[in-house]
Design a protein. Structure first.
Length: 313
């Protein structure tokens, strides 16, 4: 019998996206990564920008260090003081971060500190990031991609995290930022099963092993946020399935970049759980491009204007 203090786990389908979310942690960790891309390096800078308990910030910084996303280096101007910098693994999250910001701009849910204007210095124009197939150059969408099980398919154990009750969006607060989706594991899992054609309550519950009250809560949150919509498929008794709206479908390119990142830096020895192929016939090979000139976006070539208005290069 397991000891009383042993961490609880649950079985879920293997997923590269799950590995990415495990490494990035929760909403606080994602906000820290965002601020690192926006120039923060010192503990006090992160605390001034994000607020919250110092102990929470400290624990998330340590977790991001353990996962190889941040590293501590001596601060160039402050002697023995240490600064936090993105590692090569952390810098490779730029594609997913700029897509997260772009999704927020397109749907009017940009965070308080998130960039709202993106200028590609190569063409000199304001733009939005978009994901295209590296082989044919066409946009990659959920409907233009297909998948087959990969060599790493199967089930894996994930630690059960304490799930806090989420504040539900109302008519006066109808927003759910992407950082909220990624920062809540159950919400992220409920969204991800849509990509594999799982739309009904009982199917989601059986696949994820999720309690009915938690699933109901996350579905209501996603519906109120305009990411899911309910469709009646049985009249007596009334039963509904959940489908992604246009706003929800627009999350898929971001999921692809997160999957690519995980399969680059967090490879499973058995291989990818899923193999994705674009409609042109090419195996998954995507890139994040400028919506104006279609050129590949590199971090050094993008000027960001965050919510407070100053420009960061």
């Amino acid at each position: 019998m397991a000891s009383q203090g042993a961490p609880k786990t649950r079985l879920v389908p293997k997923s590269s996206l799950n590995r990415a979310l495990n490494a990035l942690g929760d909403r606080w960790s994602l906000l820290i990564v965002q601020e690192a891309f926006l120039g923060a390096t010192r503990f006090e800078e992160f605390h001034e920008r994000l607020g919250g308990a110092r102990s929470t910030l400290s624990s998330r910084l340590q977790a991001l260090e353990r996962h190889g996303i941040l590293e501590k280096r001596p601060h160039k101007d402050e002697g023995a003081r240490m600064a936090y910098h993105l590692t090569p693994r952390g810098l490779d999250l730029f594609d997913s971060m700029i897509l997260m910001w772009g999704w927020g701009v397109r749907w009017g849910v940009a965070g308080r500190r998130a960039p709202t204007v993106f200028i590609h210095s190569v063409c000199g124009k304001p733009m939005l990031p978009e994901v295209r197939c590296s082989s044919c150059g066409e946009l990659m969408t959920l409907r233009s991609c297909s998948f087959v099980p990969g060599p790493g398919q199967g089930m894996e154990k994930l630690p059960v995290q304490r799930m806090h009750r989420k504040r539900q969006p109302t008519d006066t607060t109808p927003v759910l930022e992407l950082v909220d989706l990624l920062g809540d594991r159950w919400t992220g899992l409920v969204v991800s099963v849509q990509y594999f054609g799982i739309h009904r309550f009982d199917e989601m519950q059986n696949l994820l092993g999720i309690a009915s009250n938690i699933l109901t809560d996350r579905l209501r949150t996603l519906e109120n946020a305009g990411i899911f919509e309910r469709r009646l498929y049985e009249i007596t008794p009334p039963r509904y399935e959940y489908r992604m709206t246009k706003k929800g479908l627009d999350l898929y390119p971001h999921a692809l970049t997160m999957l690519n990142w995980a399969e680059t830096w967090l490879k499973d020895k058995a291989g990818p759980p899923v193999r994705i192929r674009h409609e042109c016939g090419a195996a998954l090979a995507s890139e994040v491009d400028c919506s104006c000139c279609k050129g590949r976006l590199k971090m050094a070539d993008v000027l960001l204007k965050p919510g407070k208005g100053h420009t960061i290069t």
